[in-house]
Design a protein around this ligand. Sequence first.
Ligand SMILES: [Zn+2]
Ligand SMILES: [Zn+2]
Length: 101
Amino acid sequence: MKESDPFLHTAAWKRARRAALERDHYKCRDCMDRYLAGYGAKPRDAAMVHHIIPRDQRPDLALDLDNLISLCDECHNKRHPEKGRQAHTPAPKHGMRVIKI
Ligand SMILES: [Zn+2]
Ligand SMILES: [Zn+2]
């Protein structure tokens, strides 16, 4: 997700993002799951709201609360293995497309 993405500056996204953060009590959901499962440290504060199904696959779910999850930086990076270890190397676009027949 690029900071320059115009979507991230829309009022609709800011509303959805805030609603997701409030639902998750501004805590990282992945940390919370580990914590509640009995392992892992106390949940960290959420640093961003992540789309479970990426926006380029399901733009219609971009503002759907069920598709949003509050995460800390660390857990967010884990959810983006495509970004790899070198954070500043842009990942090549995969040619995965849903083709309607
Ligand atoms: Zn976390
Ligand atoms: Zn993300």
